[in-house]
Design a protein around this ligand. Structure first.
Ligand code: RNT
Ligand code: ZN
Length: 410
C-alpha cells in the first residue's frame, strides 16, 4: 500500500496522518548514553554495581569518550526526529587531574556540551550513585555512615550545578534524575532509618539554589535490585510522596514495578497531580532486565496514555536499557525507533471517537474498533515519516558496515 492509500484509510477512521507525522517530528526523546559502553563510564571504570546488570559480550564496546561520541553520532544518524542526549556523571571527561564525584564541576563536561551544541541538542543528566568505592554496604544517600552520606550529598549538589550549566549552554532545560540503588539483600531490622536519611539527604541536595526553569529534578523509584531483593530505600511510595512534597518531578521506569503492574496505567493518575512527569522507557523481561525497547503492547499503551491525555509537553520521555549481547548501535536505534513508532501509533488513534464509545458504554463497538486499528496500515505511515526525515528504513546494513569498519577493529 502507498502512503496515499494509507492516508485515505486512516481518514475514514477519522485520523489525519499528515498531522500525526508533523507532531511526531517534534517530540524529543532523551537518548541514554549508557547503551554504548554497558554503563561503564569514564571516571573510574569500576565494575557495574547497584543491583543493575548488563549481560553479553558483543564486540565493539566504546572504551573512550571519542569512541562513545562516534557511536552516538552513528546511532543518531539513523534515528529520526528530535533527540536529547542523556548523560550520567560517571561520563565525566578529565583532562589532566581526576577528581572525586563529590568535586565534579561543569568543566569536566565541557566536551559533552560542545558535542551537544554542535548537534543542536539538549542534554539531560544523572548523578551516578553506583559503581564507586564510596558506595558502602550498598548504601549512598541513606548510609548510616555520615562520611559516606555526606560524600553523596555533595555529589548531588555538584550535579545540580552541572545540570544548570547544561541548560544555560544548550538553551534547553535539563532533566536531572536522581536514582539511588540503596537497599538490603535480606530482611532489614530498620526500614524507617534509611528512608529518613534518604529524605534528609535529598533535602540537603535540593537546598542548593538552582534555576527551576532550567533544571527539572526528577526522582526515580524502584521495587528491587539484584542482591537487594528484600528492601529498597527509594520505593514507589517514598519517591512519589517526596516528589510531591518537594515540588520536584516523579520519574517512573517501567522496569521498576511488580511484573503485573503497568506504568501505562499509572500515567493518568500522576498527570492529575503533577505539572510534569518523567519516564524511563525500558523492557523488563521477568525482572528489571533492561532489554532493548520493542514496538510492543506496553510501549504502545504508555505512548497512547501520553498522546490521548494531551500530555506531550508534560512528559519527559527518556530511554533506559543496556544490552551487551547484540550490536550496541543497533540496540540503540531499535529502542529509540520503537518508542517513536509507539508514539506514531498513538497519534494515529481516533482518540475522541474511542473515548466517546467508552462514555456511551458502547463497549462492543470499542473493542471492534480497537482491534481494527491494530491492522490499519501503520507501516506505510512510518515509512513516509522516515522518508520525510531522510532517514533510511533499513539501518541494519549501515550498522553492519560500521561494525566491520569501526567496531571490530577496537
Ligand atoms: C536503575 C535505574 C537507573 C539506571 C540508569 C543507568 O534500575 O533504572 O535509571 O538504569 O540510571
Ligand atoms: Zn531507569
Amino acid at each position: 500500500m502507498s502512503y496515499i492509500e494509507a492516508k485515505e484509510k486512516y481518514a475514514k477512521l477519522g485520523v489525519d496522518t499528515d498531522k500525526a507525522i508533523e507532531t511526531l517530528k517534534n517530540i524529543p526523546i532523551s537518548v541514554h548514553c549508557w547503551q554504548g559502553d554497558d554503563v561503564t563510564g569514564f571516571d573510574n571504570r569500576e565494575a557495574l554495581s547497584g543491583g543493575i546488570q548488563t549481560t553479553g559480550n558483543y564486540p565493539g564496546k566504546a572504551r573512550t569518550p571519542e569512541e562513545l561520541m562516534a557511536d552516538i553520532d552513528k546511532a543518531m544518524s539513523l534515528m529520526p526526529g528530535k533527540k536529547k542526549l542523556n548523560l550520567h556523571a560517571s561520563y565525566a571527561i578529565f583532562d589532566g587531574e581526576a577528581v572525586g564525584r563529590d568535586k565534579l564541576e561543569p568543566k569536566h563536561f565541557k566536551k559533552w556540551v560542545q558535542f551537544a551544541k554542535e548537534r543542536n541538542m539538549g542534554l539531560d543528566f544523572n548523578p551516578t550513585f553506583f559503581s564507586h568505592p564510596m558506595v558502602k554496604d550498598n548504601l549512598t544517600l541513606s548510609s548510616p555512615d555520615e562520611n559516606v552520606r555526606q560524600y553523596w550529598v555533595n555529589h548531588g549538589k555538584a550535579c545540580l550545578k552541572i545540570a544548570e550549566y547544561f541548560a544555560s549552554e544548550t538553551g534547553v532545560p535539563c532533566v536531572m534524575n536522581i536514582w539511588i540503588p540503596d537497599g538490603y539483600k535480606d530482611i532489614p531490622a530498620d526500614r524507617l532509618g534509611p528512608r529518613a536519611r534518604f529524605k534528609k539527604s535529598l533535602d540537603e541536595i535540593l537546598a542548593t539554589p538552582y534555576d527551576k526553569s532550567k533544571v527539572y529534578v526528577t526522582l526515580e523509584s524502584k521495587v528491587f535490585g539484584i542482591g537487594l531483593e528484600s528492601y529498597t530505600v527509594g520505593s514507589a511510595e517514598f519517591c512519589l510522596s517526596y516528589s510531591d512534597r518537594a515540588g520536584i518531578t516523579p520519574l517512573m521506569d517501567n522496569g521498576h514495578y511488580h511484573p503485573t503492574e503497568m506504568v501505562s496505567d499509572k500515567i493518568s493518575s500522576l498527570l492529575l497531580f503533577n505539572e510534569k512527569i518523567a519516564l524511563h522507557i525500558t523492557r523488563p523481561v521477568r525482572w528489571d532486565s533492561d532489554h532493548v525497547v520493542l514496538f510492543d503492547d506496553e510501549t504502545k499503551e504508555i505512548c497512547k496514555e501520553i498522546v490521548r491525555n494531551d500530555a506531550l509537553d508534560r512528559v519527559f520521555i527518556a530511554t533506559d536499557y543496556f544490552d551487551a549481547s547484540i550490536n550496541r548501535i543497533s540496540a540503540w536505534i531499535t529502542g529509540i525507533r520503537s518508542v517513536q513508532k509507539a508514539l506514531l501509533f498513538a497519534l494515529l488513534q481516533p482518540n475522541d471517537r474511542l473515548r466517546e464509545l467508552q462514555n456511551n458504554n458502547e463497549l462492543t463497538e470499542l473493542m471492534v474498533l480497537q482491534e481494527e486499528l491494530k491492522t490499519a496500515p501503520f507501516g506505510d505511515v512510518w515509512a513516509e515519516y522516515l522518508e520525510n526525515e531522510k532517514i533510511p528504513a533499513d539501518y541494519l546494513s549501515e550498522v553492519k558496515e560500521y561494525e566491520k569498519e569501526v567496531l571490530l577493529k577496537r
